[in-house]
Design a protein around this ligand. Sequence first.
Ligand code: EPU
Length: 337
Amino acid sequence: MVSLKEHNTFGIEAGCKRFVEYTTADKLASVLREMRGEEPTPVFHIGAGSNLVFTADYPGTILHSAIKTCEIVEETPDGHVLLRVGSGYVWDELVQWTLSNGLYGLENLSLIPGEVGASAVQNVGAYGKEAGQFIVRVEALAAADGSLRTFTHDECHYAYRSSVFKHALRGQYYITHVTYRLSQHFTPDLSYRALSGEVARRALDLAQLSASDVRNLVCELRRSKLPEPCEVGSAGSFFMNPVVPAEKAQALAKAYPDMPHFDAEGGVKIPAAWLIEQAGWKGKRLGQAGVWPKQALVLVNYGGATGQDILSLSQQIQADVRAQFGIALHPEAIFVP
Ligand code: EPU
């Protein structure tokens, strides 16, 4: 067994039969060709493992992209740039690179763990922005026959933490490159309340605000709430924020007048962190697995927790939130196998 401990941010001790890293799309194609000639085994492709819970050893091959290219492929007359990036590029290094090269848009997505390939599967998001809104195309190899396919933005079906790669085509394509459309002109997006609140609290001059200032603010906000990945294992937000029908939200708001809620597509979004905190789980521990004291949406491994410990903790939280509020919480994290 090859250890996967360094390949999941929860730091869960699990193994796999074979671990294969590739540096180009051609190398991935030849790995897939070789595997077709062998006895079939399960295959799973990971990114940085920042959204995974290994609940047992993986009985097959784990693939990982180490394609780390980054090239400007087009400059448009309206002041935009198309940037084609390898799926193994570390997300936050990309954000840094874009800002140092005068390309804007990704600053609100600073410090999100993970890699470029996963940004296109998971549609990572924070502080009012989602990766999918910058993605113009995704290049991927078909798992079945190694053929290359380019998906347009529309074919990716981006929605809240969701894409065609996560659902309809799950496991069927391995992403090699993602092309983002970024602006050469910086316009701050402070629509997310926590961010505008911080700008106001510090009495910052909006006219002087640079993209690096926004990045620094986002980094500070994240560091104040989320555990440092090198110190405490976690997968960031463990659950997605549920969207409930308007009538349901109204009834709950009567019973809980302080309940935060936001209009969203399809209903009203209620922060999962608030529901978990109300259900009494914030800061609680079950053995080595626990709920982060500064942000109830984050489950953590205090050292030595297994994937089963995390699974069991998450199920108990789901049961309590369902019993108290009649709301089902859905994990953002993915259980493997
Ligand atoms: N809240 C609580 N208790 C807590 C924390 C938050 O009641 O312990 C309530 C507060 O009322 C707060 C509301 O929840 O106003 C929302 O909290 P926050 O703004 O911190 O955002 P979130 O909904 O908890 C989402 C993303 C994060 C992203 C932040 C900032 C999801 C699942 N999570 O969290 O993404 O960083 O917004 O934009 O949508 C991630 O996906 O790994 C992640 C960290």
